[in-house]
Design a protein around this ligand. Structure first.
Ligand SMILES: [Fe+2]
Ligand SMILES: [Fe+2]
Length: 371
């Protein structure tokens, strides 16, 4: 049995409580690639049904019968099953007369019509992430610290990208201390579980890579600063994905050749970004620049072959492939750990370093992630 129990569905459940059939259908059509949806036209029926089977989030439209949106919010939040469920109100327009009342009743967010789909998906993601990050507060340290400090690094990077500020590596390293401590104490399962449902894919993937890479490093005899370097390298290895358009990064289905070219650009984007920081250690650069290289020379961006691949990159490639296969994505359920290792052992022998594949398998078995 995997320690990271796969979710029943790869998508989170979003309830669309909306008495306008036309708008309800429009919202469902816009979101169906990203979320499992439960459209309900009658507000009373919605309260009963959602209390029995709580969704991850409720989208509440201004057009509501037989009760008003503020009444619905008050009743939902008074119920145990729904009191922590985020509610986003979809307002008719800027001067929606219910706006103040829904906020007062406890709506977590407001999206105003007409809205582009990206505004709605960003708002849903932000609310889902806020509620997941709230759950971390109940965890013991160092897992809580590892999660909270790693998301702080991501938020800092995302703000820095917007303002053009650079990243201070010392602070990334400091923020990775609790993660390394958790690995050393063999106390990291809550970290992997804590990011599984996070809606920021790049963050969730990077944190899983950071955790599993530190775990592999621990087994390979890495200590102290070297472990911090692996954890930081894992956390930063894909930051260039923040520059990749959302529709390509989260595309449900195969990327076209053109889209794949854009996707591959996350490697030079990451390297450029890290260069701007100035004080990034060489090992972190190597992890970022070489984690998609393959030992037979068919990887990217430099088609490095054999011994040209650095040891750190070989470790990162193994962990990155495993994480990519077992990540929860909007278009696929997380692959079971045993199946992913089977693919890596049977079909990727010319891509991945067999020594590290073998060691990683042992690490996963010792950690009870693989049986
Ligand atoms: Fe990558
Ligand atoms: Fe990656």
């Amino acid at each position: 049995m995997s320690a990271e129990t796969p979710a029943i569905s790869n998508k989170r459940l979003v309830a669309v409580v909306d008495s306008s059939a036309a708008h309800r259908q429009k919202v469902c059509a816009a979101l169906m690639s990203y979320y499992d949806l439960k459209p309900i036209g009658d507000a009373k029926e919605a309260l009963a049904s959602l209390s029995a089977d709580p969704p991850a989030l409720i989208l509440l439209h201004a057009t509501l019968e037989p009760m008003s949106a503020p009444e619905f919010i008050r009743e939902a939040l008074a119920r145990d099953a729904l009191k922590n469920t985020p509610i986003i109100y979809i307002a008719e327009n800027e001067i929606d007369p219910q706006m103040d009342a829904v906020k007062e009743a406890g709506a977590d967010g407001v999206v105003t019509k007409p809205y582009p789909r990206s505004v709605l998906t960003r708002s849903i993601s932000a609310q889902l992430n806020t509620s997941i990050e709230k759950e971390w507060e109940a965890l013991p340290d160092p897992q809580r610290g590892a999660l909270q400090k790693s998301i702080a690094v991501f938020n800092t990077i995302s703000d820095a990208l917007a303002t053009g500020e650079t990243l201070a590596f010392e602070s990334v390293k400091d923020n990775c201390q609790p993660l390394v401590e958790a690995i050393e104490n063999n106390d990291f399962k809550a970290i992997l579980d804590g990011v599984r449902n996070h809606d920021d894919y790049t963050y969730a993937h990077s944190m899983r890579v950071a955790t599993l890479l530190s775990l592999l490093g621990h087994a390979a005899g890495f200590k102290n600063d070297d472990q911090l370097l692996l954890a930081s390298g894992g956390l930063l290895h894909d930051v260039g994905k923040m520059m990749i358009p959302h529709n390509i990064l989260n595309k449900p289905g195969k990327l076209t050749e053109e889209e794949f070219t854009v996707m591959k650009s996350h490697v030079p984007e990451t390297v450029e970004y890290l260069k701007s920081a100035g004080d990034i250690p060489k090992g972190v650069f190597i992890i970022a620049e070489q984690h998609h290289e393959k030992i037979d020379g068919t990887g990217y961006p430099h088609n490095l072959q054999g011994t040209a691949l650095n040891e750190l990159a070989r470790m990162a490639a193994v962990v990155d492939v495993f994480s990519a296969l077992t990540d929860r994505r909007v278009y696929k359920p997380p692959m079971e750990a045993g199946k992913a290792m089977g693919i890596m052992t049977d079909e990727m022998t010319s891509h991945l370093d067999p020594h590290y594949v073998k060691l990683f398998r042992k690490v996963l078995m010792d950690a009870d992630i693989l049986s």
